[in-house]
Design a protein around this ligand. Structure first.
Ligand code: BTN
Length: 265
């Protein structure tokens, strides 16, 4: 992946997005610590103007739960969308983002609650949503940074990449497995306009507008799962606010903590 080829998609993305998102800009950089870290730095200085920051290479990419996100230049797509939103309820935003991405990527892409994109049972990508500052009221505007990492090529099985695989011993997946020859630039142009539309839909209507779409891609549905707090049960979909529903000892329990991770058994 050349920076120039990513740059070649910038104009088309900007043209597609700016009518719905006035002030939108696109920045493409060859290297940065982390696109999320950079936009969060800016968000701490004041409300974010809408921006797409794309990096060919991240030197300190971040994943959920304090993990790293490892990617190689030319073999992955790493970007963050920053903007200011005022939804009535923020719950489920990262799930809505996953729905939007999966629908644009491939019919076989599934969603593993809350933030993973899966392809054939292996991790294809991840989403890291961060907000800046504390809202005074429920629907006060806040800056949000939506970070997305997608493997384009199937990653080599290095120790660091194994750490972000779906399950121990299950290697990550890459989009090229189902879309031979696809480039990061093509994927970027495919996912970003729809992502902006869906984030705006979320701001208007919340996760409820995505619940059906999530259900169609839900990788955990009816699967036995283990939670990191020790509970085990059977996943039975997500609630209208994006919480995972798990049948534990005959009772449906909600799992909505960002600090609880879920593994299929
Ligand atoms: C996860 O699966 O844990 C989330 C991974 C999110 C990775 C993306 S890559 C672009 C953006 N910048 C980061 O540092 N992280 C996100």
């Amino acid at each position: 992946m050349q920076t120039a080829s990513l740059g070649g998609s910038a104009e088309a993305i900007w043209q597609a997005v700016v009518p719905a998102l006035p002030g939108f800009t696109v920045e493409i950089v060859p290297e940065i610590d982390s696109t999320n870290t950079e936009l969060m730095r800016r968000a701490r200085l004041g409300p974010l103007d809408p921006v797409l920051l794309v990096a060919e290479q991240q030197t300190a990419g971040r994943g959920r739960l304090g993990r790293g996100w490892y990617s190689q230049a030319g073999q992955s797509l790493t970007f963050s969308l920053g903007l200011t939103l005022a939804p009535f309820n923020w719950s489920g935003l990262s799930l809505a983002v996953g729905v939007s991405l999966a629908e644009q990527l491939h019919a076989d892409v599934r969603l593993k609650w809350p933030n993973d994109l899966w392809l054939q049972g292996r991790k294809l990508g991840g989403i890291l949503v961060e907000t800046a500052g504390q809202a005074d009221t429920a629907n006060a505007p806040r800056s949000v940074v939506i970070g997305v990492g997608i493997n384009v090529a199937r990653p080599a099985e290095t120790a660091t990449q194994a750490a972000q695989a779906t399950l121990p011993g299950v290697p990550p997946a890459g989009m090229a497995e189902v879309d031979m020859g696809v480039t990061a630039a093509e994927l970027l142009a495919r996912v970003v306009p729809a992502l902006v539309t869906d984030v705006q839909l979320f701001a208007q209507n919340g996760f409820a507008a995505f619940a059906q779409r999530f259900a169609q891609r839900d990788a955990l549905r009816e699967r036995a799962v283990t939670l990191s707090d020790g509970r085990t049960g059977t996943a039975c979909g997500v609630a209208d606010d994006g919480a995972l529903r798990v049948l534990v000892d005959g009772q449906v329990q909600r799992v909505d903590s960002n600090e609880v991770s879920v593994r299929p058994c």
